[in-house]
Write a protein that binds this ligand. Structure first.
Ligand code: F3S
Length: 409
């Protein structure tokens, strides 16, 4: 491949994989079970990114393992309805075309583990979306480093990635003890905890000593979400957004920590982070406290699970929203929810169940949005800088109340 025997597109892919291997001192490569590629929105790629992908596709490269895409900047077939301009839509569709030409499946979701693509324990992956990488590593015991956009695509074309970091047993051992001494209840609290750990540790593998008691049992089937899965989805996304963290363990709870016992615990002298209040996290994420009027309520970061869609449908039954409500989710999750009547119930109340995108990668500032309410810590992290909006952060019920009244109460 490196010699170019399989053509220039494959050669380029292997050059990237080999270069990363050299930089990180990998002894060899490891075949990957699947790849997930981030950096899909035209908002982030710009014209140079579109050109780069088009050129790579024209060199005849094809992926050789299942490969999926992160959300793009709009819904594929309802972008006009969303108010997206053709100047954005045209290059955005071209990006997806270049990826599909190379054999990538346009899942356009950051939660491939909720779809038909959940990895198995021990699978080696080359995933790029930070919230998906940490879920796959911590909750599903798969093995992935946090890939960049081009390196994930290169791994998909080469079918393998450099074996270093979280692919190795020694890279998966805890590096920091984390003690949680305050109650953690519901999704926004877990987001707040993820913020504090991400900020407090910044890089490494946190090992929670006593969090298991605050979580319901972890179901084997994560594909529909659920209280534990939804909380961990949010906590991991926050940890990865506010810190460079791609794996954590919860003693006696997450699968690897359960199997390996003390072998994955940090050395006894490792740094210890003690969390006795979530207040500072709320003060940072619910930052624009003078904002009362809400233009857009954003739920579904990472993309909403079936379970979350069911909760929203139940809350909205018989009611009518006053402000814009976007529930962003994977197309496949939306199909499942539509079949059960959940989408009709949410949209009947005036909300939108939006697939393929999210309020961070869509150009929402061009849609006149200035204030946003969310229950997602990662959205609270990125929305002010990426989308230039003021943010209120709180529970799902509080966000839905804002959708019904137009006010943060
Ligand atoms: Fe997913 Fe967008 Fe959040 S890609 S993790 S919904 S910022």
């Amino acid at each position: 491949m490196l010699r170019g025997d399989e053509g220039p597109g494959v050669q380029k892919a292997m050059e990237i994989v080999a270069a990363l291997g050299r930089i990180y001192g990998a002894a060899n490569l490891v075949p990957v079970a699947s790849v997930q590629i981030a950096g899909v929105s035209y908002k982030n790629l710009g014209d140079a990114g579109v050109e780069f992908l088009r050129a790579w596709a024209q060199r005849g490269a094809r992926v050789r393992v299942p490969a999926m895409l992160n959300p793009m900047g709009m819904e594929a077939d309802r972008w006009q309805e969303m108010g997206i301009s053709p100047d954005f839509a045209r290059p955005q569709l071209e990006v997806v075309r270049a990826f599909t030409q190379m054999g990538v499946t346009p899942t356009l979701s950051c939660t491939p583990y909720l779809l038909a693509y959940a990895p198995h324990a021990g699978d080696h992956l080359a995933w790029a979306e930070s919230s998906a990488v940490i879920f796959a590593n911590a909750v599903l015991a798969a093995r992935s480093n946090r890939e960049g956009g081009p390196s994930a695509l290169a791994a998909a074309i080469a079918g393998r990635t450099a074996r270093y970091g979280l692919h190795l047993d020694e890279g998966r051992r805890g590096t920091h003890w984390v003690e949680v001494r305050c109650p953690v209840r519901g999704v926004p609290d877990f987001g707040a905890l993820g913020y504090l750990v991400g900020k407090g540790i910044s890089a490494g593998v946190p090992y929670f000593t006593d969090l298991a008691g605050q979580l319901p049992p972890l179901s084997e089937d994560v594909s529909f979400g659920g209280e534990a899965g939804d909380s961990l989805k949010t906590m991991g996304a926050a940890m990865a957004a506010y810190g460079n963290i791609a794996l954590y363990h919860i003693a006696e709870y997450t699968p690897e920590a359960k199997d390996a016992g003390a072998a994955l615990a940090p050395p006894s002298g490792a740094p210890r982070l003690v969390i006795d209040s979530l207040d500072t996290a709320y003060a940072v994420m619910d930052r624009d406290t003078d904002v009362r009027r809400i233009d857009l309520v954003s739920i579904g970061c990472p993309h909403a699970s079936y379970n979350e869609l069911a909760q929203i449908a139940e809350y909205l039954d018989g009611k009518r929203v006053k402000t814009d409500l976007w529930v962003t989710t994977a197309r496949l999750t939306r199909e499942r929810a539509a079949a059960a009547g959940l989408v009709a119930r949410i949209e009947g109340a005036g909300g939108h169940v939006v697939a393929d995108t999210c309020t961070i990668v869509a150009p929402i500032q061009t849609l006149g949005v200035r204030t946003m309410a969310t229950n997602a810590a990662k959205t609270a992290c990125y929305a002010p800088s990426h989308s230039k909006v003021a943010v209120r952060y709180g529970s799902l019920a509080r966000c839905l109340d804002a959708a019904l009244t137009g006010e943060w109460r």
